[in-house]
Design a protein around this ligand. Sequence first.
Ligand SMILES: [Mg+2]
Length: 264
Amino acid sequence: MSFLSEKKLFVFDMDGTVYLGDKVFTDAVKFIKKLRTEGKKILFFTNNASHNTNFYISKLNKMGFEVSEKELLSSADVTAEFLVKHRKGKSVYLIGTPELYNMFAKKGIKLTNGEKADITVTSFDTTLTYEKLKKACTLIRSGSEFFCTHPDFNCPTDSGFIPDSGSIVAFITASTGKTPVYFGKPYNTVMEFICEKTNCIKSEIVVFGDRLYTDIALGKKNGVTAILVLTGEATIEESMKADWEQKPDYVFPSFKEIYNLMFE
Ligand SMILES: [Mg+2]
């Protein structure tokens, strides 16, 4: 597969792509290990901003992926960098987990208790309360800028789907009539961020994922090769019916077939 051999940066979604919950896909471990020996750059990118970098690195490394800190980025990194660069000194009310709160605080973002804030940022908050939603709605209604780390409606778990960041936004939008600016996959801020952090250009990159409206759309909307693996959310039927911006360039059952085509 020369189109893959020519790529320099291999970007992987995580849940449903290289593992599912706590179950590692051993073909993904083998594929990524081989890519490293071929001198390819590896990047893991997850929209899930409910955990910090250390959590994911330790999870991936327990599974055998041998990931370094610079090989892992999330929608939280993209959002935090935007706030630091383009909204310097502005106060932020965050609907997020304590891990996300601490990560924003470490970056120097001025976080408030929600009585006042120039900006309201929502995310996948597993510690969500009605009080937090009420504060966010009041702030947004009175003109606070509305940002969201990622648009995913559901998060896959071992016991099925649980409501994710996009579902929390739906609640706030229903109350305020306002929609946020999003930062995760598939938005172009993510691809620009990836290019900047890795010194790669779009034609050198290939994106792998299990979800059409985030992973595959990240590639298609930005002119980057996008490959769907059928180990997570999307089915072959859904991929065939998808509009151009969510239609994968290639579809494989798993990394086993990709490995065999590329290396055997
Ligand atoms: Mg996924």
